[in-house]
Design a protein around this ligand. Structure first.
Ligand code: ADP
Ligand code: MG
Length: 335
C-alpha cells in the first residue's frame, strides 16, 4: 500500500503514547524533556529524562512541557514530539514517509491551544493531522459505542487534568475539565510531609507513596511505608514512616474536587440520557483511576455503577488510533 502510515498520539501531561492500527501501542514514555539551560540543547526525552527529575546539577533541568494540560512551552513540546515520532517511526519502519496523525486535545483547550498542538505535530513531521477531543478518544479506546445515541460517561483522571464528559452520537453533550488530577495528589503529599514532619521529599517519592499506600476516600486496612527525605531543620537525610490514613487525609480535598466535577457534569446531562447513565454507568480511565478504592468510592458517592476501563493508561492512545475508522461519524469531535 502506498498510503502514509496512520498513527494516533496521546499527548498526555504525564505520558505520551503512540498507537498504530497494525502494531498497537508502539511507544509509551513520560512527557518529560531534559534540557541544558545554557546551550538550550535537549539532552534526553521520555523515561531517561524523567529519571533525572530533581537529581540534575544546576544547568540541566527536567521539564514537563504539558504539565497543566496545555502546551506551556511550545518549542520544547515540538522538540519532544520530534523525538517521540522519530523513535516510533524507527520501531514501525515508516521512517521514509510522513505519517498521518490523529492527536488528542484536552476538552477545555482554547482554539489557540489546539492550533499550537496542531502546529507542533506538523513541525514534528506529520503530513495530515486530525485533532480529536480527549474524552472522545478515551471513550473510543475504552470500547464504548460513542456513535450511538446513548449516554457514554467517561472520567479521565490524568496527571495534570481530570476530564469528565458525556458523549452521545459522536459528540460531547456535557463536559467539565479541571486542573486537579494525579500531580495535585503528589503535591498534596509533599506538602503534608513537609508540614507534619519538617521533611522535604521530591515529587517522584510522593508519586511512589500515592501508588503504594494511597487510597481514595474508602475504608481500608491501615498500611505503612518508610520514606526518605531531607530534614528541613538539620539539613540531613531522614527516614519517616507514613500511614495510609494520613495520606488519604492529605489527598482528601483534591479527591472531593474530582468528585464535584463528576457531579456537575451529571447534572448537566440532558434528561433523555439520564436513564442510560443509571443503566450503563460511568467509565473511569487515565492513570489516576488506578488509585486504590477509586471505583468503590465514586460509585458510592454518585450512586451510579462505576467501572474501570480495560487499560486505563492506554485508552486515549488506542482511541486516537481507532478514531480514523469513525471519522465520518465523529465529524463533530474530529477536526
Ligand atoms: P496523562 O494522560 O495526563 O499523561 P496518565 O493517564 O498517563 O496522565 O496518568 C498519569 C497519572 O496517573 C500520574 O499522576 C500517575 O501518578 C498516576 N498513576 C499511575 N498509576 C497509578 C496508580 N497505580 N495509582 C495511583 N495513581 C497512578
Ligand atoms: Mg491522558
Amino acid at each position: 500500500m502506498l498510503s502514509n502510515a496512520e498513527i494516533g498520539i496521546d499527548l498526555g501531561t504525564a505520558n505520551i503514547l503512540v498507537y498504530s492500527k497494525n502494531k498497537g501501542i508502539t511507544l509509551n514514555e513520560p512527557s518529560v524533556v531534559a534540557i541544558d539551560t545554557v546551550t538550550k540543547n535537549v539532552l534526553a526525552v521520555g523515561k531517561e529524562a524523567k529519571d533525572m527529575i530533581g537529581k540534575t546539577p544546576g544547568r540541566i533541568v527536567a521539564i514537563r512541557p504539558l504539565k497543566d494540560g496545555v502546551i506551556a512551552d511550545y518549542d520544547i513540546t515540538t522538540d519532544m514530539l520530534k523525538h517521540i515520532m522519530r523513535k516510533a517511526a524507527k520501531k514501525m519502519g515508516f521512517s521514509m514517509r510522513k505519517p498521518n496523525v490523529v492527536v488528542c486535545t484536552p476538552s477545555g483547550s482554547t482554539s489557540v491551544e489546539r492550533r499550537a498542538i496542531h502546529d507542533a505535530v506538523r513541525n514534528a513531521g506529520a503530513k495530515k493531522i486530525h485533532l480529536i477531543e480527549e474524552p472522545v478518544a478515551a471513550a473510543v479506546g475504552a470500547g464504548l459505542p460513542v456513535d450511538e445515541p446513548v449516554a457514554n460517561v467517561i472520567v479521565d483522571i490524568g496527571g495534570g487534568t481530570t476530564e469528565v464528559a458525556i458523549i452521545s452520537f459522536g459528540g460531547v453533550v456535557a463536559c467539565h475539565s479541571i486542573r486537579v488530577a494525579g500531580d495535585r495528589l503528589d503535591d498534596d503529599i509533599v506538602q503534608h510531609v513537609r508540614k507534619e514532619y519538617n521533611v522535604l521529599i521530591g515529587e517522584r517519592t510522593a508519586e511512589n507513596i500515592k501508588m503504594e499506600i494511597g487510597y481514595a476516600l474508602v475504608d481500608h486496612e491501615e498500611q505503612f511505608m518508610d520514606i526518605r527525605g531531607r530534614d528541613l531543620v538539620t539539613g540531613l537525610p531522614k527516614t519517616v514512616t507514613l500511614s495510609s490514613y494520613e495520606i488519604q487525609k492529605a489527598m482528601k480535598e483534591a479527591l472531593l474536587q474530582i468528585l464535584e466535577a463528576i457531579r456537575a457534569t451529571l447534572e448537566d446531562c440532558p434528561a433523555e440520557l439520564s436513564g442510560d447513565i443509571v443503566d450503563r454507568g460511568v467509565i473511569l480511565t487515565g492513570g489516576g483511576a488506578l488509585l486504590k478504592g477509586m471505583e468503590e468510592w465514586l460509585s458510592k458517592e454518585i450512586v451510579v455503577p462505576v467501572h474501570l476501563a480495560p487499560s486505563p493508561l492506554e485508552s486515549v492512545a488506542i482511541g486516537t488510533g481507532k478514531a480514523l475508522q469513525y471519522i465520518h461519524k465523529l465529524q463533530q469531535a474530529i477536526k
